[in-house]
Design a protein around this ligand. Structure first.
Ligand code: UDX
Length: 436
């Protein structure tokens, strides 16, 4: 099969490389000449474990190529994926579909054979209908079908998620669409990955419902963590205790500083907008969004408390370990670290920080923060060490060295990666999340 991937960002590039690895012939298209030049030179535009090797292998095998020319890239393609960004629209939180619709129009104008057009970008319910209308409007003489095929990749684990998905969701309105998608995903059926065929609108909603549900699960356990601190209970045991119930499931019950990233914050907001447009409120998600927003700054105040309160904190130094919204990525989008650092700086605390991959992305977002070359440099003379993101490198800090370098042995662990008993034994004043 020949597959064209329009948009070579996170989703497009990972999906394109994985499809090529399954033996399909894939062209990744992007209008950013610089990005395509770098890809030709083997330089990845994003940090994702294993991606550079996967791209390299498939380029060398002649199954994966890159171009800025959409007409050339889609020529002969059986399936044309739209994987461009759908950022939150400034002002109202709606998903901005400008790029999706621009691509749809251009695809319609340049279509040179029958093809299935697949929206992989996260798009609100009804976008597929609009894409179909736009392509139809171009007057193309070729047969086309518009299909929804949402992506459930996690950053940092994207290749594994793509190759061994929990499920594949395909929203198609006709047999042409279903037939081509079956062929596209045939290598995965052989792995027995479950596939759900449904209507296009349902498929579009599934993506938002999945992300909103996961965001709710995290927010639920975060509020339980607050309650645990008040009543003297342990949130990790609460997670285990409820997670062993198969109906609840143990995943996404890790309490922390609140969810961030490129998906949950944007998709929950977009779902609220859809709900508003259709006059069908989703009040649970309204609460989730509010609770998560306030939580991030509350985590900054937790650090201020560890420094002895507002008065005492002024002029002290905090070392933040981890800035990205989660480990194994350089992504800073909506990272809780931003609000934590901001709250600390507002309280007059000096902030030094280190992150294994995110420093360059973090710099413009946190101009007042001193970026350090490693964890121990950040910790030097700090009055408090704060674990913000659970990178593996922070799980085995040399605690004796931390104590020797820091001004005071105080740690706030927002990811619960250390054990309170061990930390007490090591002589630290240690605060974590939900372990009262
Ligand atoms: C998410 C979805 O998992 C993925 O299916 C979708 O396609 C895109 O959005 P991603 O944003 O890469 O993926 O990260 P994920 O691992 O899901 O984590 C999201 C946020 O939730 C992070 O800030 C993480 O720290 C937080 N989180 C996750 C928790 O606080 N607790 C948990 O138990 C799990």
């Amino acid at each position: 099969m020949k597959i064209a991937m329009v948009g070579s960002g996170y989703v497009g590039l990972v999906s394109g490389a994985c499809f090529a690895d399954f033996g399909h012939n894939v062209v990744c298209i992007d209008k950013d000449q610089g990005k395509i030049d770098r890809l030709h030179a083997g330089v990845m535009p994003i940090y994702e474990p294993g991606l550079d090797a996967l791209v390299d292998t498939n380029v060398k095998a002649g199954r994966l190529s890159f171009t800025t020319d959409l007409g050339e890239g889609i020529a002969g393609a059986d399936a044309i994926f739209i994987a461009v960004g759908t950022p939150s629209r400034r002002g109202d939180g709606h998903a901005d579909l400008t790029f999706v619709y621009e691509v749809a129009r251009e695809v319609g104008e340049k279509l040179s054979n029958d093809a299935v057009i697949v929206t992989k970008s996260t798009v609100p319910v009804g976008t597929g209908d609009e894409v179909e209308r736009i392509i139809g409007e171009t007057g193309t003489a070729h047969r086309f079908a518009v299909v929804s095929n949402p992506e459930f990749l996690r950053e940092g684990a994207a290749i594994g998620d793509f190759k061994r998905p929990d499920r594949i969701v395909i929203g198609a309105e006709d047999e042409f669409g279903r037939e081509v998608m079956r062929a596209v995903y045939r290598p995965l059926f052989l792995n027995e990955s479950p596939i759900l065929f449904t209507s296009r609108r349902t498929s579009e909603l599934i993506k938002y419902a999945a992300n909103a549900f996961l965001a709710t699960k995290i927010t639920f356990i975060n509020e339980m963590a607050d309650l645990c601190e008040k009543v003297g209970a342990n949130v990790q045991d609460v997670s285990r205790g409820i997670g062993m119930d198969g109906r609840i499931g143990s995943k996404f019950l890790h309490a922390g500083p609140g969810y961030g990233g490129s998906c949950f914050p944007k998709d929950t907001l977009a779902l609220l907008k859809t709900a508003e447009d259709y006059d069908s409120p989703v009040r649970i998600i309204e609460a989730v969004v509010k609770v998560n927003d306030t939580r991030k700054r509350a985590m900054g105040r937790k650090v201020v408390d560890a420094l002895g309160g507002m008065e005492a904190a002024r002029g002290k130094k905090a070392a933040l370990l981890g800035l990205t919204f989660k480990p194994n990525t350089d992504d800073m989008r909506d990272s809780p670290a931003i609000a934590v650092a901001q709250t600390l700086m507002d309280a007059g605390v000096h902030v030094a920080a280190y992150d294994p991959e995110g420093i360059e992305q973090a710099r413009p977002l946190l101009p007042g923060v001193t970026m350090c070359a490693n964890a121990y440099e950040a910790i030097t003379d700090a009055d408090v060490v704060v674990i913000v993101t659970e990178w593996d490198a922070f799980r085995a800090l040399d605690l004796a060295r931390v104590k020797a370098l820091a001004k005071a042995p105080v740690m706030v662990d927002l990811r619960n990666i250390y054990n309170p008993q061990d930390m007490a034994a090591a002589g630290f004043a240690y605060t974590s999340v939900g372990r009262g």
